[in-house]
Design a binder for this molecule. Sequence first.
Ligand code: ADP
Ligand code: MG
Length: 268
Amino acid sequence: MDQAYVKVDSVSKVFDTFSGDRIVAIEDISFNIRSGEFISILGPSGCGKSTLLRIIAGLLKPSGGIVSVGGNQVQGPIKGIGFVFQKPVLFDWYKVLSNILAPAELAGLRKRDYVDKAYELIRLVKLEGFEDKYPKELSGGMQQRVSIARALILDPEILIMDEPFGALDALTRDQLNLELLKIWSEKRKTILFVTHNIPEAVLLGDRVVVFSERPGRIKAIIPIELPRPRNIEVKKDKKFGELEVELYKLIAGSDDSEIKGLANEGEG
Ligand SMILES: Nc1ncnc2c1ncn2[C@@H]1O[C@H](COP(=O)(O)OP(=O)(O)O)[C@@H](O)[C@H]1O
Ligand SMILES: [Mg+2]
C-alpha cells in the first residue's frame, strides 16, 4: 500500500501562446500517489491543476520531468483512467443508460457486455429509475452522477475529477461529496480530485496537495488525519477546522482577496 503507484517527478509545462508569450503553467511538481489513495489538489484558478491532470493522463506532454503510472513512464494517453469534469459533457441525444455505456461503445467493445455493470453503477450513484431519461431531464447534480457512473464503466484504476462539483449548489455538493466517499470506499479507485474549495478538499482527501498561484508549484502536502469512514459529522471535529485554517493560510499567503475567492462556493 505504501508503494508509489503514480510518480510525478519534477514535472513542468510551458505553453507557447499564439501571441508569442510563453506561459509557465506548472514548475517542478513532484509527488507520489499510493494505489487507492484519495488525493485532493487545491489551488487558485489558473495555477495549472488541469494541466497537471492532463499530463498525468498522458493527454499532454510535459516540458520537463517524468510521470509514471504502475512503474511505466507515461508517453501517450494511458488506458485505465476515468474522467469527470466540471461540465458533465453528456450526449444530449442518449438516455442515461446509453451515456453510461458510451465509453464501452467508443472503445469498440460490445455494449451488451457492460449493461449489468451499468445497472450496478446506476444503483451506486443512486439513479435507479432514471435509466431512460435524457440528460436535459435531469438536474445538474444528477447529470454529474451520470458522469461519475460513466467514468467507472470500464473499471479504471484511476479516477480523475477536475472540479466536478464546482458548478453545483452547496447542498448538492455536500451530498455528492458524501456519496463519492461511499463510492470510493466500495471501489477503492485511486482518485485525483481537483477543487478550489477548502472544506471539500479536507472532507475527501487522504492528503491535500496545495498549489501556489501560477506558475503552479507545490506549496505543501498536508495529510488529512481524520478518521474514515467520514460522514458530515467530521466537519464538527476540531481537527477539521484546524486543517481548514491551515489550508486557508497556505493558499492565501498575504493576499486577502484570495481568501475571499476561495471561501465562495460554486465559483467556476
Ligand atoms: N493549451 C494551452 N495553451 C496556452 N496556455 C494554456 C493552455 N492550457 C492552459 N494554459 C494556461 O496555463 C495556465 C494553467 O491553466 P490550467 O491548468 O487550466 O489551470 P487551472 O486548472 O488550475 O485553473 C493558465 O494560465 C492557462 O491560461
Ligand atoms: Mg482547471
